[in-house]
Design a protein around this ligand. Sequence first.
Ligand code: PMP
Length: 468
Amino acid sequence: MTVQKLRNRLYDTEEIQRKDNRFLHPWELMEEVGSNKRTVTAEAEGIYLYDSEGNRLIDGPGGMWCVNIGHGRQEMADAISQQIMRITYNSPWSTTSGPAAEFAHQLAKRAPGDLNNVFFTTGGSTAVDAAVRLIQFYNNYLGRPEKKHFIAREKGYHGSTYISSSLSGKIRDKDFLDFETDLFHHIPCPDPLDKPADMSDADYLDKTVADLENMILEIGPDKVAAFVAEPILASGGVIVPPTGYHKRCLEVCRKYDVLYVSDEVVTSFGRLGHLFASEDVFGIVPDIITTAKGLTSAYVPMGAMLVSDRIISAFDKDKGGAMYANGYTYSGHPVAAVAGMKNLEIMERDKIFEHVREVGPYFQEKLQEMRDIPIVSDVRGMGLMGCVECLISDGSGGGGEVLAMDYDIGNRIDAHCQKRGLLVRPIINMCVMSPPLTITKDQIDDMMAILREGIEATMADVIAEGLW
Ligand code: PMP
């Protein structure tokens, strides 16, 4: 069907979907190549998307936790287009640009502690990749080439390059691809749901921290280069660690001269109500922060690694000769840098962090209300990131293991919600919500009403199918 919508443009859904079969999408199920019929998102404004059939959808996942200032801001378009006409691109090797220099300066000024050095990348995966490579470079330079092992967590997600995906700990993604396994190690995810019923919170915190220390000791402190952790495990299902976890892990890292990399690709740029969550929410100053997504609110791709003076100053200027031979054609792309600058200006001018601190608790409270739906097994989150987890396999919505029959619940809920005007991010049996940060309380009410209907409709289907 061809529709006319919003800004008077025409969309032919079937034609787009037919051509889309030549687009091999990220995380594509191979049996669906050539036949998948995805929703065609055509236009967007603020927190709303419009599909090619003219339906309005609330952008529940905010793109992929990235459209932080909302869609379609004219001033972003103006800044980007003006920069394209001023200078489209410059080589970051031999030259620099005003926007890249200014953006690095502004980020360094706002970063925690001595994280005063900004390395620009193309996205989150390349930021994590750059961190691993910098740390290996650093240890080689310091004459300890054996200090190369990295520790991350099960259920963590750090990206899709060979290195960053090797750091990721999501088991389900590891079925058919190859990964570096010699240098990358995983400890259990500090998931409050995994806490044994008879264990106190304090004991569970001790156990999760001991997991890190034991792994360092097992590999050997002289061999462990860094611990890499998301402040809140995002794609793993919005898992908020026990209070004090990051601080205690940082202490363990300091004890064994292990660097701490905080992967803030999702949690920075306002998602938790602050520019960076490491210091302001979790009270730590790591050695490296990786960021992307909200860095430009997805208007154009960009990532960054923020590095401490302590690491950079380990390279002896008098001695010279040590080159960090790693970087991208698009490192510090001036158009991306302008988008980043304008994005930051908007966030600060419009008090978006303060807004998230105000509406975040309301969003969490409303999300918690889903607990009364029988198939909902857990609800969790912080700031403007949340997750509703469902289980049907044990017939009670509580506790049990995720079985094959649970795998489709997220997709089913998403389909029901889309019919009602909300896009959800389904991950197996979970629905992740991370709307644009500009969302108002009224819009949160709309979003939650649809989410509830979508989950209840899914539950009705499950009962009709005799699965509950
Ligand atoms: N780190 C984290 C914590 C992420 O959530 C993601 C993406 N979801 C990445 C890294 C990878 O970022 P990108 O997809 O931009 O490469």
